[in-house]
Each structure stands twice: as C-alpha cells, then as structure tokens.
Design a protein around this ligand. Structure first.
Ligand code: GP9
Length: 410
C-alpha cells in the first residue's frame, strides 16, 4: 500500500541523508544559530558595485565557512513559510497555499523537535506580527520552546515593515544569552522585504550609482543593509563568547519578485539569457560556519533548502537516516546522485536542469545542459523527471495525510 511504498522510498534514500561517517558527531553539543534572510539571492554575493563590495560581511565570513554557491530555494506559494518548512522539516511545500496555514495541526520532525529530544533549548525569532503565516500556531507544532515575535522586541530602529534587522539580530542575541546552552535558534529577517525602499542612515547606504532611484537599486541597498546587520551579529557572538561553540548558518528564503534581467546583467557585466536569469531567480546562498572554521570552501554540487536539516543533524551526532526527511546531506559529495527538486517540478542533478512546461507534459518541458547552458535532448531528463514527481507526491502525502506518525509505527 501507499504507506509501505513511502516507507520504502525513505529507506532507499537513507544513505543520501547520512553524512560521511568521520563527521558524525564532530560538533556534538554545539549551539546552532540559523538566519533565514528575506528575499536574499545569490547573484550579488561576492560582487562589487562602483568598486565597493555589496556583501562585505558575508564575503569575510565565507573565508572560513562552507559556501554553497549552487543552491536552490524550493519554495512555492507559501514563500517565506515554505523556506522555513524546507530548512526546518525537510519537506516540500504544497502545490498551493502554505503548509503553515493549511496543516499546522499535523505532526512534524523538525530541527527544534529533534534537537529538543537531545536536551537542546529551541527558540524562533521574527520581529513581526506572530499570526502572519500562522507562525504562532505552527511553531508550537514544530516544537519550539518559545516564539519571540514583534511584541518581544523594543522597536528602537523602525525600518521597513517593522524593526530593522540590525536591532532585530542584536536583541535576538541578547535573548540567546539568557537561554541555556546548547540551543537551536532560528531567526527570520525582514528588512529586505519588497518594496525594498528603506529609509537608511547615510552610513548604511551603498552607492548604487546608475541604479539610484530604481527598485533594483533599492533592492541592492536593502540586501547590503542585511549584510551589515549580519556582520554586527557575528561580531557580537564573537565578543560575547558564543561563536566558538556555535554552528552559524545563513541562507536566503526565496526570489526577490522582480523582473530585472537587463539591470542584473548590467550589474554582472554580461548579457543574461532567459535561462541564466531563471537560474539566478532560483538560487539563494547557503553558508555554514563550523565552530573551528572546518571544511571551509566553496561547494559547487547542487543543493537546496530541504538539504539543510539532513546536513546539520549528523554534525551534531544525530543520524539523519533515522528520520523521514526528503533532503540529502550536502557533505556526501555529488556522487550520490543528488537531485534538487523544485515545487514547480523543475529539477537539477548538477549536470542538467529540467524546466517543466505549463501543461505538465514531460516532452513539452525543456532540458538544459548545465555545462553548455544550451537546450539539450529532453529525454536526458526523463528518469530525473519521474523521480522528481515521485518525491513531490510523497512529500504531499506525508503532509496532507499526516503520515509521519504512522511511518514511525505510531
Ligand atoms: C513576514 C514575512 C513575509 O512575516 O515573513 O514573508 P513573505 O511575504 O516574503 O512570504
């Protein structure tokens, strides 16, 4: 029946979730601080504008971090909440709506719930109305001890939708300092939310030159501000002695909702094909800083948000194979046949990228060769297409039929 079919898939993919044995438990007992950056994409990371780096703090952090530069967001209509679900529960979003709103009463295995079983404290931080995306309800189900929402913060830096990220991150570290270790902290930033036109202080401004007064220019300003806020947070974690015992994770949640192919091409100094731009809109950065700066480098294998949980758990001594997670461990190397599946049915294995057609007929989709960046025979995508469709339907059933308890025999 369906349940044993699904159980079989999780069993068959067990090894893809487990990391290299020598890393199992290497950072056991560390705190984990994960920051999800609003609309923070990858295409400007490490780039300069008028001779000034757009993301100087992330550039510095990258020197002793793992940087995944070929990393996809896997969100759907639930946008920020879908990214949260992907990273914290390793499940795909649904074809419509947000899981946070539609299925908040279901049972989930999450970073918070799994780590709490191991004696961690687990808190989530977001300085906005706690009911947005049904977070207050969903975070109870996800197992957090506490959700720090807008009411818990002093709004001493009003910016954009709410409190500016600089003060948000700083006050959040203050709350963490009152939390018993080890802890898992999940933070969601907000200042770089659309429409991006922030009233920034002069010292926070980036000279965006030719993009001044455009939405694209405002967007670059807003992500530059988030980068600066992150830099301040890392400084404080170091100063206050948390950094050496913390795995620090940063990733972007979803695309920036703009159609700016021409402007993005000007920024990057090359003309972008429609495919180049599609890839840009699909990718966000992922950085993982380990307490000793270990495993630092740029990782080019493809990955996605659902891979964050199965990558982090083994570092803390927890076998990801024991949990029904849809993602893979990013430290396995590319040889495990990793497939990154997007909600649209698009997928990549690092060699090809398949973009489905609106009618959902396989043959009408387009397959690209990632080396040549040209269209290639769509048949090359058939096996991956079938596996991608299988994964999406398993994840959908797990969520809509609340299958995690019965999969565990409960
Ligand atoms: C608000 C914020 C918005 O709480 O998370 O999310 P988005 O509109 O980007 O999904």
């Amino acid at each position: 029946d369906r349940l044993s079919e699904i159980r079989g898939w999780f069993e068959d993919n067990r090894e893809a979730r487990m990391g290299p044995p020598e890393l199992l438990g290497k950072y056991e007992g560390s705190n984990v601080i994960t920051v999800q950056g609003e609309a923070f994409m990858n295409f400007f990371v490490g780039k300069e504008l008028n001779g000034r780096p757009i993301t100087p703090n992330l550039d510095k952090l990258r020197e002793d971090s793992l940087y995944f530069g070929n990393f996809y967001h896997q969100t759907g209509q639930g946008r920020t909440s879908d990214a949260d679900l992907g990273a914290n529960a390793s499940l795909h979003p649904l074809p419509s709506g947000s899981v946070f709103i539609r299925y908040a009463d279901n049972a989930f295995d999450t970073m918070a719930s799994v780590l709490k079983e191991r004696g961690y404290a687990a808190n989530v931080y977001h300085a906005y109305d706690g009911s947005f995306w049904n977070r207050s309800r969903m975070y109870k189900e996800m197992g957090y001890d506490r959700f720090y929402d807008e009411q818990d913060y002093e709004i001493d830096e009003p910016l954009g939708w709410s409190l500016g990220d600089r003060s948000f991150l700083d006050q959040s570290v203050g709350f963490m300092e009152e939390t018993p270790e080890p802890f898992y902290s999940f933070l969601i930033t907000l200042s770089s939310h659309h429409p991006y036109n922030l009233a920034l202080k002069d010292e926070d401004k980036l000279d965006v030159g030719e993009f001044e007064g455009t939405t694209f220019g405002d967007y670059l300003q807003s992500v530059h501000y988030l980068d600066s806020a992150l830099g301040g947070m890392v400084e404080r974690l170091k100063r206050d002695g948390l950094w050496e015992n913390t795995i620090f994770v940063f990733y972007g949640d979803h695309d920036y909702s703009l159609d700016e192919r021409e402007a993005a091409g000007r920024l990057l100094g090359r003309e972008l094909s429609a495919f180049d731009y599609e890839q840009m809109m699909a990718q966000v950065p992922l950085l993982i800083h380990l307490p000793d700066g270990g495993l630092a480098g740029t990782y080019d294998e493809p990955g996605g948000q659902l891979d964050i949980m199965p990558t982090l758990l083994p570092l803390l001594g927890i076998d990801s194979g024991d949990y029904d997670l849809m993602g893979s461990n990013l430290l396995n190397g590319a040889d495990r046949g990793r497939l990154v599946v997007l909600r649209s049915g698009a997928f990549t294995d690092g060699k090809i990228y398949y973009a489905p057609s609106a009618d959902g007929v396989f043959e009408n989709g387009v397959c690209y060769d990632l080396k040549t960046r040209q269209k290639t025979d769509v048949e090359r995508a058939r096996a991956g297409y079938e596996e991608a469709a299988k994964r999406l339907s398993i994840s959908d059933d797990v969520i809509t039929r609340d299958l995690l308890p019965p999969l565990k025999g409960k």
